[in-house]
Each structure stands twice: as C-alpha cells, then as structure tokens.
Design a protein around this ligand. Structure first.
Ligand SMILES: NC(=O)c1ccc[n+]([C@@H]2O[C@H](COP(=O)([O-])OP(=O)(O)OC[C@H]3O[C@@H](n4cnc5c(N)ncnc54)[C@H](OP(=O)(O)O)[C@@H]3O)[C@@H](O)[C@H]2O)c1
Length: 329
C-alpha cells in the first residue's frame, strides 16, 4: 500500500534558507513539496531549478486576503517559513490562515542564532512577535534555530583565492574572537528540517540544530593552516561593538523596515549576542528550553567545518546572495 507523503509548503523557497529546506525535503523523497511564491518571483531561476526536482509552485503574496491565503494552504500539512529579516511580521496573517485551514504544524521563520528575547536582538524580537501570535492561536509549531552559517563565518585570504564565494565574509574578531559559538552549514539546514517536522518530540518546542561549536579565532586559524596563507585579523573591541549597537538602535527606531538603517543594527546586535554575551552555545540553548538536535538525531552526519573550508579552497564552494548586493545579517 502506498504511503501518503507529508505535504509541506515553504514560504521563501527562492531564498538561501528556503532553497536548503526545499532541497532537503525533495531529496528525502518522503514529502510533497510546495512553494508559496509571490507572482513576480515565480520565474526566478532558483525556483525553476527546484521545480525540475519536483517543487510545486503556488502563487500568492503574504499580504493577500485571507481567502487567497487559505487557497494557497489547501491540503497542506506543514508550513515552513524562511522569509528575510525585513519580512517577519508578514507571517502573522498566514499563521492565522493556517490555523483556520487546519495546518498540522507551522514552522515560523527562526533559523538564527540562540538569543533570549527582550531587547538584545531586534531580529529575535521581531520573530518572537510571530511566535507569540502562533501561541495565541494555539497552532502547533516548531521553532528551529541553527547557529551561524559557515558560509558567512570565514575571513578573506589576501591572495583573493576564495573571494569567488565571499559575498559576505567575516573579517572581524570580536574581543579576541575566543567566544565559543555554534555554526552550521547552510546546506544542512534543510536536512535537519526534514527530520524535525515529522518528529512528534519537536511539537511546540524549540530545537537547536547546529553542526559544531568553535570560536571565530579557531576558524581563522583553520583557514590559515589549510590555505598556508597568513590571515589578517581585524580586532574589534567590546566598546566598538557597543557603540555600533547604540548607533544602530538610534537610527532604526522607525517602522516600516528600512534596510539601510536596520542592517547596521542587525549585524551589531549579532556581534553583541554571539561575540560578547556568548549566547549562541548549546548549554545556553538548553537553559532557554531548546531541544538539541545532536541528542534527537545522534546518527545525523553534518558537513564539517573542515570539509567546507576544503571546498572553499578547492574552488567548489557556492557563494550566497549572489543574486543581489552583499549584506550581513
Ligand atoms: N543563521 C544565520 O547565519 C543566518 C544568515 C542569514 C539569514 N538568516 C535568517 O534566515 C532567515 C531567512 O533569510 P535568508 O537570507 O535565507 O532569506 P532570503 O534569501 O532573503 O529569502 C527570503 C525569501 O522570502 C520570500 N518572501 C519575502 N516576502 C515575501 C512575500 N510577501 N510573499 C512571499 N514570499 C516572500 C522571498 O521571496 P522572493 O523571491 O519573492 O523575494 C525569498 O524567497 C531570516 O530570518 C534570517 O534572519 C540566518
């Protein structure tokens, strides 16, 4: 007897995180995978590539009336959202529509580093507004955070050898770069999602799905050792980070979102959280109530940092955000 596949709708399948999720689900084979895509983006090459692998595109916009959102959600078991930082609150209406449509699980856009809500990271607090709305709806949810992508964690080399994949590099070391932090390969996010969304243990829970814990200085040293090149260190003090945070906050109190004002704030608050406070580690995640994917899935074989750096050096890594200008989240 044929088993019914779980029907998953991805909001943001054309984006970096969304493509990882779509690839993970499509490669697994146990899912029928749909994308929720605004009409203007339906012909994006990233989506058409996924459609060749089986992605079914449903055209709709998050600002559409509830009946249109309900139509886009028809028959869907699980919604996974990976909208960009500016668009967090645009998930509120579709969460309401998902509850009305009988969606069995809603995975709102988390996919960042570990941080407690309430004034440290604006981005975390935006996401938390969506989580609170979901909880008020009594909609079954799972929140998945992942640590910092390998793809934005490595420094440039002076030879320029890895610039081809350095759309967003990390050339700075905060407070000596010794604060431990969790990292993930962007490509593994979808593989974690594939397991988490069908796991009853993760219903109404937060899950921390990271690959490894290391420090930025250790990453610099690894790149140096594996490349045989000296890597320049741009040291940034706690005082500099705090000044950037204050400046970012002072210039980004207005709403709606203005990327030119908020990007500085988002980047500085990340450095505050993972570089100074040391929030982005499994022990703190556990303290905050997260489940640890390493304990849930001990057989999961993540891409190691060393493997990723080897790809970078051999010229086979893929840059991120190559379809638009550089930016840091
Ligand atoms: N952990 C880390 O190191 C890290 C790094 C970067 C980002 N993140 C987080 O990951 C999340 C996703 O970021 P990303 O960089 O992967 O996103 P992204 O590449 O900017 O993609 C955003 C996606 O959302 C879609 N979208 C936005 N508004 C929409 C609307 N009204 N209707 C339908 N679709 C809409 C976009 O569709 P279109 O094709 O129509 O534009 C696009 O597919 C963010 O919340 C961010 O904070 C984490």
């Amino acid at each position: 007897m044929a088993t019914t596949k779980t029907k998953v709708l991805i909001i943001g399948a054309s984006g970096e995180t969304g493509r990882s999720i779509a690839n993970g689900l499509l490669e697994d084979g146990g899912f029928e995978v749909y994308s929720f895509t605004r009409p203007a983006s339906a012909q994006k090459p990233q989506l058409l590539d996924l459609a060749k692998k089986g992605l079914i595109i449903r055209q709709c916009d998050l600002s559409a009336p509830e009946e249109e959102l309900a139509e886009a959600l028809r028959g869907i078991d699980v919604v996974v959202s990976s909208v960009g930082p500016a668009d967090q609150l645009s998930q509120l209406n579709i969460a309401t529509a998902a509850k009305a449509a009988g969606v069995k699980r809603f995975v709102p856009c988390a996919f960042i580093t570990v941080c407690a809500p309430g004034g440290i990271m604006w981005l975390r607090d935006e996401k938390e507004k969506v989580y609170n709305h979901i909880k008020q709806l009594k909609l079954t949810y799972t929140i998945i955070d992942v640590g910092w992508w390998y793809q934005i964690a490595t420094p440039r080399l002076t030879s320029g050898k890895i610039d081809y994949a350095m759309t967003v590099a990390n050339d700075e070391l905060v407070e000596g770069g010794k604060t431990p932090s969790a990292f993930v390969d962007l490509r593994d996010i979808g593989k974690y999602v594939t397991r988490i969304i069908v796991d009853p243990r993760t219903e109404n829970k937060m899950v921390f799905s990271y690959n490894t814990v290391t420090s930025p200085e250790d990453i610099f040293a690894m790149v140096e050792k594996m490349s045989g090149e000296k890597v320049e260190r741009k040291h940034v003090s706690k005082e500099t980070v705090m000044a950037r945070v204050e400046e970012g906050r002072a210039h980004s109190e207005t709403y709606p979102f203005d990327a030119s004002k908020f990007t500085l704030r988002i980047a500085a608050e990340y450095q505050l959280s993972w570089g100074i406070r040391g929030d982005n580690v499994p022990s703190y995640a556990k303290y905050l109530g997260y489940l640890d994917a390493k304990e849930l899935y001990p057989d999961f074989k993540p891409i190691t940092l060393e493997e990723y750096i080897q790809e970078l050096l051999s010229g086979t890594a893929t840059g991120i955000y190559t379809d638009r200008i550089s930016r840091i989240y």
